[in-house]
Design a protein around this ligand. Structure first.
Ligand code: HEC
Length: 110
């Protein structure tokens, strides 16, 4: 009996984790991939034009702190005084922002 309960709890936790990952992935594809690319390479027309970096590159990933990802999503990104990425506080909840930040780390390849 106890074993079954544990197993069910484990399976629930696992499927919830998977759902969360899918959520951030969906949000990324819908709201971020236009510039950053589905795989985070910044290789879309808009991304290239705006200078989006390659987030699959470990060096680029290592140069971005967790706080910077959260900050970018909450305040947007400015370059030379120009807003190059908007803030997403109207679009996402605190939790979705955190999940997106975690998702971005999975874009790191190699
Ligand atoms: C209109 C184009 C555009 C969209 C849409 C966009 N970004 Fe960006 N973003 C940029 C540009 C340009 C930069 C600056 C260059 C870079 O770091 O790639 C940037 C930078 C970032 C950074 C790095 C901040 C830092 O301090 O280095 C993060 C994190 C980020 N974006 C996450 C996201 C997420 C998550 C989404 C979707 C919710 C998103 N972006 C949507 C254009 C965009």
């Amino acid at each position: 009996m106890k074993k079954t309960t544990l197993l069910i709890a484990g399976m629930l936790a696992l499927s919830m984790g998977m759902l969360q990952a899918a959520d951030a992935k969906t949000n990324w594809a819908a709201k971020c991939a236009g510039c950053h690319g589905k795989e985070g390479k910044g290789d879309t027309k808009l991304g290239i034009k705006m200078g989006a970096r390659d987030y699959s590159d470990p060096k680029v990933q290592d140069s971005i702190k967790d706080e910077a990802i959260i900050k970018a999503l909450k305040e947007g990104v400015k370059k030379d005084g120009k807003q190059i990425m908007k803030a997403y506080t109207d679009t996402f909840t605190e939790n979705e922002i955190k999940e997106l930040a975690a998702f971005m780390r999975t874009l790191k390849k190699k």
